[in-house]
Design a protein around this ligand. Structure first.
Ligand SMILES: C[S@@+](CC[C@H](N)C(=O)[O-])C[C@H]1O[C@@H](n2cnc3c(N)ncnc32)[C@H](O)[C@@H]1O
Length: 231
């Protein structure tokens, strides 16, 4: 999630498009998936591997994962989010029986499928210390101390197939300060990529590629692609 005002201004009238399914129900729950999902569809379409069972971590409404299912890029989808309102609202977007949903702190209450997930997608909370006190109660941007990231990477290994690929969206992962519209939005004690690299090492994951894929209000959003270090 980028701009603190953006949640109030997202377009809501494009229900016909597979990229616009949230329609009128996403207010306060959309964390950016409504406009980032098409980039995930493009990235996964171009990736030289076929996927079976996708997991969307920090799914919110699940728009990213549901788009992958719509486009035939996965056969099954598991969604999880800690916010029960988001998970419930996701049911209004799709009643596809190939989707399993869990209210869960990271993976704590998620059922591991036989064979594991071979694709993980996510647009998790991206900010260590949001500089706007009015945002403190919002689960979407806030990950103080990287608690959510650390919890996820601590648990994820046993949920993955050997050939699993993780595509994770992060805002300015090489910067200690994120500026949006010229104002400092987030401060990090070190570049997030450094913090995340330690978590990936411990999880047996390795960064395959990283590229900026979306830019808004002066900030770059990056797609980080991870794989098992020793498949
Ligand atoms: C930036 S929003 C993204 C939501 C959705 N993926 C999207 O792109 O619109 C981050 C999401 O992470 C969820 N979240 C925060 N902490 C979490 C945790 N510990 N476990 C699972 N989900 C969490 C929030 O409820 C929120 O829906």
């Amino acid at each position: 999630m980028l701009n603190k005002d953006r949640r109030m201004t997202l377009p809501r009238s494009d229900l016909q498009s597979p990229f616009g399914r949230a329609g009128g129900i996403s207010n306060g729950l959309d964390g950016g998936g409504s406009f980032l999902k098409q980039s995930f569809v493009a990235a996964i379409s171009a990736y030289p591997q076929e996927f079976r069972h996708g997991f969307e971590w920090c799914a919110g409404l699940g728009e990213i994962g549901l788009s992958l299912l719509d486009f035939g890029l996965i056969q099954r989808l598991t969604l999880a989010d800690i916010n029960p309102y988001a998970v419930k609202a996701s049911c209004q977007l799709s009643t596809d029986p190939r989707v399993a949903r869990f209210v869960s702190d990271n993976l704590a209450d998620v059922e591991r499928p036989a064979g594991g997930f071979d694709l993980v997608v996510a647009n998790p909370p991206n900010y260590f210390a949001v500089q706007f006190p009015e945002m403190n109660g919002d689960l979407r941007p806030n990950d103080p101390g990287w608690r959510v990231h650390a919890g996820f990477y601590d648990q994820v290994s046993s949920f993955l197939s050997e050939d699993a690929v993780l595509m994770i969206s992060e805002v300015e992962p090489w910067k200690t300060a994120v500026e949006i519209d010229g104002a400092v939005y987030d401060r990090r004690p070190e570049a997030p990529i450094t913090s995340f690299s330690r978590m990936w090492d411990d999880a047996g994951l390795v960064l395959e590629t990283a590229r900026p894929y979306y830019r808004e209000a002066g900030a770059d959003v990056w797609l980080l692609v991870l794989k098992n270090a020793c498949p």
